[in-house]
Design a protein. Structure first.
Length: 316
């Protein structure tokens, strides 16, 4: 009988073990450090400097963060972007993930025909370029030549149409729903895969006990896929607080109208690279990026310590 791998590595000489670790893990550590850790550390270091018109930099410690959070010129757009980002995230959590769970539950039902076709159709928008999605929905919702107005009139709901992307009150939610439409396939596929991993014996036993499909899903399937749903929630949080491309492709760097769709990603872009309203400021841009990093880190820590530790995992 072969020895367990743990025993083999325990008896291996330290020099040989170190050589194996260096051979297999060394390239990955070097690449990860070069493209992830170094840029992160360099960004944090840059956020502690300021520059004058000549380009010379001087160390200012945490002064950039105090300016960002306390100075009226910087704090107002920052808190506006953070609030919009929270709304963007909440819409995804309350619409995208429940819809993904519902679609996965429907696809996991027995006797559903053409499952492969439905999966492909619902996952297809995820593979489209964000630029194509933004441009297409901009055309669809246009009050001048879009088809949305005609479609609503055809079903007797023409009075509900409005230039949603052009109104401050609805532009952000509209863009959030467009993003939901594009990416709902990701939580659907992850949860669908978890549902397929549930032993069929549990489902058969529930049917023998007289449970219908609705009760089977909510009392048996859903509790068993809670770890996957929790993972999807974390991925949604990280992706939404790193969002940028859809807002930029539809509304540009100014995230109009009147910064109503401005989120942290577009605020960072304007701060770092500049735009027609302001010059680029790399040191303040680095401060914004650092704050974004710590917001995401805080959210992940809260998840790990408050949620992940309470989730019971089942092994089949």
């Amino acid at each position: 009988m072969a020895e367990p791998i743990s025993h083999v590595t325990a008896q291996m000489p330290r020099a040989k073990l170190a050589g194996l670790l260096l051979f297999f893990l060394g390239p990955a550590v070097v690449i990860y450090s070069l493209f992830s850790i170094y840029p992160l550390v360099a960004t944090m270091a840059l956020s502690t400097y300021t520059s004058d018109p000549s380009g010379a930099r001087s160390f200012v410690g945490l002064a950039n963060f105090a300016t960002l959070l306390g100075d009226a010129l910087w704090s107002k757009p920052f808190w506006n972007a953070l609030g919009n980002n929270l709304i963007f995230f909440v819409v995804h959590m309350c619409v995208q993930n429940p819809v993904g769970i519902a679609l996965a539950g429907l696809l996991s039902l027995p006797r559903v025909r053409l499952k492969g076709f439905y999966r492909t159709v619902m996952f297809l928008p995820t593979m489209l370029s964000v630029v194509i999605v933004g441009f297409s929905w901009n055309l669809i919702l246009s009050p001048l030549w879009g088809v949305a107005s005609g479609a609503l009139k055809a079903v007797g709901l023409g009075s509900l149409f409005a230039p949603w992307l052009g109104l401050e009150s609805s532009a952000l939610v509209t863009l959030s729903l467009i993003s939901v439409w594009q990416f709902v396939g990701i939580p659907m596929m992850l949860i669908y895969a978890a549902l397929l991993n549930i032993p069929e014996e549990l489902i058969d036993a529930a049917r023998v006990d007289g449970l219908g499909q609705f009760r089977i899903f909510f009392h048996i399937k859903l509790p068993l896929v809670l770890p996957t749903i929790s993972l999807v929630s974390v991925l949604t949080f990280v992706a939404n607080f790193n969002a940028f491309d859809l807002i930029y492709s539809v509304k540009g760097a100014l995230a109009g109208p009147n910064f109503a769709t401005d989120i942290l990603g577009t605020f960072f872009y304007r701060t770092f690279f500049g735009n027609q309203l302001q010059l680029g400021n790399p040191t303040m841009g680095a401060a914004v990026a650092t704050v974004m990093f710590f917001i995401i880190l805080l959210g992940l820590c809260l998840y790990l310590f408050l949620v992940q530790r309470r989730i019971r995992r089942y092994a089949f």
